[in-house]
Design a protein around this ligand. Structure first.
Ligand code: ADP
Ligand code: MG
Length: 334
């Protein structure tokens, strides 16, 4: 758009200007990997997904966060062409969710919440099976299988029965199977749920690697600490989108209250004292987190109040809220 504006100012050929304008317009549209418009799904009377609108840019790691039962899987299944919306729709990779579900299925990777591996098959047999399902060309199969085995660090276990693999290893194999056909967009439904913290971290570095190569990642999680790994987030609660933005934006603009971190030599009596003052507080490690309005004014007041009880205050400071704090604050008004 800038180019168009500059050329306009210079008063150059009108056709050229239109060309640049339409080029940048189509470039903008081509920049969107997932476009969701008023997407809604009911089961009988129950509204599982309630008029959701969102856009995911190409190459972005988009985190879809919400507690259990909030509508994450239902949304993903509609976007992957596996479940019909009740109303609304959208596009995935430029294909229409309602009219072109089969085109979408060929161009995405989908890792369902249950990983959908065949436990009784070996690692290699699972890879063969999914290579067939996704129509990986015969001449490319060997190369893609080796790539997946290497990524999942399973080269030495290709003949192991899948059921015998640890959770974190199975998860990497499931990711490998889901992206054998090199899809440009990947949907991952709680891929890290029930997996140990080290495997979760390793898994995220695989995701980063894919994203750096230009793959778009749509990932759901109910672990708030994973939200910080995403470029952009949407928070869903009871089927409704309640916030959207980068992790930093959500933390700064959606907190109605400030969080103070308070350290004293007597934590529990301090907690009791704060609760007596109707201040919401909880123990976090060796400190307390208190939720207050007007932090600057409250800090000296609290310092004095606590000191008066003969408790020595080591530290009181305002901290950046966690996404969990943001979520709690948002659902209070939802
Ligand atoms: P999440 O993935 O966020 O945990 P889901 O999308 O799986 O949530 O489910 C959202 C809500 O829709 C839940 O209350 C769930 O019980 C309900 N639900 C999901 N699928 C069905 C179905 N096939 N029939 C009836 N209710 C369903
Ligand atoms: Mg789910």
């Amino acid at each position: 758009m800038n180019i168009y504006y500059n050329e306009y100012e210079k008063g150059t050929n009108l056709l050229f200007k239109f060309d640049v304008f339409f080029d940048s317009l189509s470039f903008f549209m081509a920049d969107i990997a997932v476009d969701v418009n008023n997407l809604r799904r009911t089961f009988g009377e129950f509204v599982a997904v309630d008029n959701i609108n969102l856009q995911v840019k190409k190459g972005e790691i988009f985190g879809f966060l919400g507690p259990n039962g909030s509508g994450k899987s239902t949304t993903i299944r509609m976007l992957c062409g596996l479940l019909m919306p009740t109303s609304g729709g959208g596009t995935v990779g430029g294909f229409d969710v309602l009219k072109q579900p089969d085109a979408i299925k060929q161009r995405i990777g989908y890792m369902s919440q249950k990983f959908s591996l065949y436990n009784e098959l070996t690692v290699e047999e699972n890879l063969n099976f999914f290579a067939g399902i996704y129509g990986v060309p015969k001449q490319k199969r060997k190369e893609r299988k080796e790539w997946a085995l290497e990524m999942a660090e399973l080269q030495d276990r290709r003949r192991s029965i899948t059921a015998t693999l640890a959770g974190g290893v199975k998860q990497r194999l499931a990711l490998g199977c889901a992206i054998l056909h090199e899809p440009p967009i990947i949907f991952l439904d709680e891929p890290t749920s029930g997996v140990d913290p080290i495997s979760r971290r390793n898994f995220w570095s695989l995701i980063y690697g894919l994203s750096r190569q230009g793959t778009t990642i749509f990932i759901t999680t109910h672990y708030m600490d994973e939200a910080d790994y995403c470029d952009r987030l949407a928070l869903i609660y009871r089927g409704k989108l309640i916030a959207e933005g980068t992790p930093g934006e959500l933390k700064h603009s959606h907190m109605r209250h400030s969080i103070l971190e308070i350290e004293t030599d007597q934590l529990v009596p301090t907690l009791t004292l704060l609760n007596q003052q109707n201040i919401e507080a909880a123990i976090f490690g060796s400190a307390l987190h208190a939720t207050v309005d007007h932090a600057e004014q409250r800090i000296p007041e609290l310092r004095e109040l606590i000191a008066k009880r003969g408790i020595s205050v080591t530290r009181i400071e305002q901290i950046v809220p966690s996404l969990e704090d943001v979520f709690v604050s948002l659902i209070e008004v939802a």
